[in-house]
Design a protein around this ligand. Structure first.
Ligand SMILES: NC(=O)C1=CN([C@@H]2O[C@H](COP(=O)(O)OP(=O)(O)OC[C@H]3O[C@@H](n4cnc5c(N)ncnc54)[C@H](OP(=O)(O)O)[C@@H]3O)[C@@H](O)[C@H]2O)C=CC1
Ligand SMILES: Nc1nc2c(c(=O)[nH]1)N=C([C@H](O)[C@@H](O)CO)CN2
Length: 237
């Protein structure tokens, strides 16, 4: 029986793309969702990664993605909810729309995909099946400039507990809570220096530490309902 694929949402770039490529290196078939076509997707496709269009900005868009995912594969080894929008809080008339948009991508999409795709994970013939939520250190700390982002990530962290209890023992459900892993393209050295100073480790580690954490969860049959901090010791500063 061929191995069941691992789904990474928002896997066209940065952490999701890194993990998708490392999973292929480790012999897993991979499906990634993406929101907009771009040249980088060809590199993924050339490695046999299946790319599925998905925009989680509406419930209809989420359900449409789920329907196409079910046409793509009869089973899944794991689902990594990586898609995310690090949008600052809106002001005045945009605040509500921003919050709703972040609720949909960080909470509604994982919630509906977990509910509707449980059958795909149950159909996996391998010994372990996993759901991994990508949350954030700020889910427990809050954020003055990204309050909606932090709150919706906190909601995703809470969904980890509910789905872990509901899906045990056949499906393990965990979260990874990173802090600064990769800088953004527009981040200058001043920002980088300030960001590094926020953690005890004082570094920007790159996406390899996230794959190490994902690998740990995918390989451990006895871990469920946890949030794995990967934050350089932010809580120590
Ligand atoms: N990078 C970091 O330092 C940190 C990251 N994290 C978390 O780790 C995960 C990966 O981070 P990173 O790689 O930087 O993420 P990105 O900011 O690169 O976002 C990942 C993908 O999410 C997709 N996405 C955004 N909104 C939607 C939507 N409405 N519907 C569908 N897809 C959407 C984007 O697709 P497209 O590009 O096609 O529009 C994007 O490629 C995220 O969950 C993030 O919150 C947490 C703390 C620190
Ligand atoms: N979806 C995203 N979420 C986050 C990002 C990002 O680039 N995309 N980046 C961060 C920052 O690195 C932050 O951790 C710096 O303190 C947080 N979330």
């Amino acid at each position: 029986m061929s191995a069941s694929p691992i789904l990474i949402t928002g896997g066209a770039q940065r952490l999701g793309r890194h993990c998708a490529e490392r999973l292929v290196d480790d012999g897993h078939p991979v499906i990634v969702s993406y929101r907009r076509e771009r040249p980088e997707l060809e590199a993924l496709r050339s490695r046999g990664i299946v790319t599925l269009l998905a925009d989680f900005a509406t419930e209809a868009g989420i359900l449409d993605f789920i329907a196409r995912l079910k046409q793509q594969t009869p089973s899944l080894r794991a689902i990594v909810h990586n898609a995310s929008d690090w949008a600052p809080d809106g002001h005045d008339e945009t605040a509500g729309a921003t919050f709703e948009r972040l609720f949909r991508v960080h909470m509604l999409a994982p919630y509906l995909i977990n509910l509707h795709c449980r059958e795909l994970l149950e159909a996996c013939g391998e010994p372990q099946r996993d759901i991994v939520h990508m949350t954030d250190y700020v889910a427990r700390k809050g954020s003055k400039k990204h309050a909606a982002y932090a709150a919706t990530k906190a909601g995703l962290e809470n969904l980890t507990l509910s789905f872990a209890a509901l899906y045990a023992p056949r499906i393990q459900v965990n979260a990874i809570a990173p802090a600064l892993i990769m800088l953004g393209e527009d981040d200058d050295e001043t920002y980088a220096e300030q960001a590094r100073a926020k953690s005890a480790m004082g570094m920007v580690p790159g996406p390899g530490v996230i794959y190490q954490s994902l690998r740990y969860l995918l390989d451990n049959r006895y871990v469920t309902g946890i949030t794995l901090p990967v934050d350089g010791g932010r809580h120590l500063r």
